[in-house]
Design a protein around this ligand. Structure first.
Ligand SMILES: *Cc1c(COP(=O)(O)O)cnc(C)c1O
Length: 437
């Protein structure tokens, strides 16, 4: 994430219509500075601005739109539900929309994977799910310290921010961020250094100087932190260590979940059984706010109301979430996703091979992948050129030096190919300019 002022906008568009935002909206806004147009309409992977210009969406609202904009099935169940005066918001009261979601989530997602969890509905943001999971872990273990990793991102409220690694993000808290200890992620020192052995040794050593943690929190693929993919082996070793030491494993699936890495949960590839799992972003299906925490039942020890929140009952999200879960039983949806993953992988590998002399690095997994161009300025130029050519994408990594590609899972393959062809042209042109100096 970057924090820019207006001065850094290098877009050729006429910005005069932005006056209302300039005048009235807080300076904290960020994405709009990189994509300074006014969007009015969207369908699947296409956005339109108020001049009718179309854009390919390789950002998907940071992973909140895995099923694309205005998915026709979800839109129609939503309209029907509204037409029938369905309950829209309900605190944590019982509603038929929630019952239907719970039943479907269990039948469609948990049971086929041999998973058994209690489900906590939290306030409808990723960071709220993380805060709730921390409370559960701390209460269940009676310990306060929590392990988080280098380059991890877990949200912007104080508990989650304490887990987040990025220095700019941490500074934004403006106060102490406590009760966490930082450990090196999978290949932080390069693949030659086994970071789990280090973590195991120093935490299990009674004189290692680290207070016994309640939990270890991690993303199996780091979204904001640079598309770092932990190996299966590392994930399993970490999980075994946690089990042995009676430390809870919290997997943050806020960005990786709902199929972003290819399977519904990103931890499936390592056959993990986390104690707690946080989901938000795409769980609501239609881009509607919703978040849940999956809790192993023996850890479900909170008193009624111990973690509350007015907007835990977004029934419009429950309805869409429930119907989006059906997609995971639809062979056409799953095959289409696998095909898109292959297209993305092949193209990024091709781009990296073509420009091998620049050491471009392909990163990430599934439909959250990217190219590390090693230079934040170059990455920024590529992002700007992509936008000028009608493709919206973000950068990520500690210096924002990685071009991140995160289209809807449902993107049409010719749209995906078209956007990636533009990416290849833009990277080629930028590298050529750079060589010329
Ligand atoms: C986006 C994100 C969060 C925070 O979610 P919000 O809805 O922005 O609070 C937490 N963890 C990860 C991995 C994320 O990508």
């Amino acid at each position: 994430m970057t924090y820019m002022t207006n001065k850094t906008i290098t877009d050729p568009c006429d910005l005069s219509f932005l006056n209302v935002f300039e005048e009235l909206e807080s300076s904290v806004r960020t994405y709009c500075r990189k994509f300074p147009v006014k969007f009015t309409k969207a369908r699947n992977a296409t956005l339109w601005d108020d001049t009718g210009k179309s854009y390919l969406d390789f950002l998907s609202c940071a992973g909140a739109l895995n099923y694309g904009h205005n998915h026709p099935v979800l839109k129609s169940v939503l309209i029907d539900y509204l037409q029938s005066d369905g309950v829209t918001t309900s605190l944590d009261m019982h509603t038929s929309a929630k019952a239907d979601f719970l039943e479907t989530f269990n039948r469609q997602i948990l049971r086929p994977r041999g998973l058994k969890y209690k489900i906590q509905f939290t306030g409808p943001t990723g960071t709220n799910a993380i805060e709730a999971a921390l409370k559960v872990a701390r209460k269940a273990t009676g310990r306060s310290n929590v392990v988080a990793f280098t380059n991890g991102f877990h949200g912007m409220t104080l508990g989650s921010l304490a887990l987040t690694a990025n220095g700019e993000d941490r500074k934004s808290g403006g106060t102490g961020l406590s009760d966490t200890v930082r450990m090196p992620y999978y290949d932080y020192f390069g693949e030659g250094v086994d970071t789990v052995t280090y973590l195991d040794k120093i935490i299990s050593d009674p004189a290692g100087g680290i207070d016994k943690p309640a939990a270890i929190v991690l993303e199996t693929v780091q979204g904001e932190g640079g598309l770092n993919v932990a190996s299966r082996r590392w994930l399993r070793d970490l999980s075994n260590f946690a089990k042995r030491e009676n430390i809870l494993l919290i997997v943050d699936e806020v960005q990786t979940g709902c199929g972003r890495t290819g399977s519904f949960f990103s931890f499936e590839r390592a056959s993990l059984e986390p104690d707690l799992v946080c989901l938000s972003k795409s769980i609501g299906g239609f881009g509607l706010p919703m978040a849940i925490v999956l809790i192993k039942s023996d850890l479900d020890t909170q008193n009624p109301g111990e973690h509350s929140g007015t907007f835990r009952g977004n029934n419009l999200a429950f309805i869409c979430a429930r119907h989006a879960l059906d997609f995971w039983n639809d062979a056409a949806f799953v095959n289409h996703l696998e095909n898109n993953i292959q297209i993305l992988k092949d193209k990024l590998d091709h781009i990296a091979r073509t420009h091998a002399q620049h050491g471009l690095l392909v990163k990430g997994l599934g439909l959250m992948k990217g190219v590390d161009v090693h230079d934040p300025l170059l990455a920024r130029r590529i992002q700007n050129d992509m936008f000028a050519q009608g493709v919206i994408l973000e950068t990520c990594g500690p210096k924002n030096q990685i071009i991140k590609i995160m289209p809807p899972l449902t993107i049409e393959d010719d749209d995906l190919v078209r956007g990636l062809d533009i990416l290849e042209q833009v990277i080629t042109a930028q590298l050529r300019d750079m060589e010329k100096g």
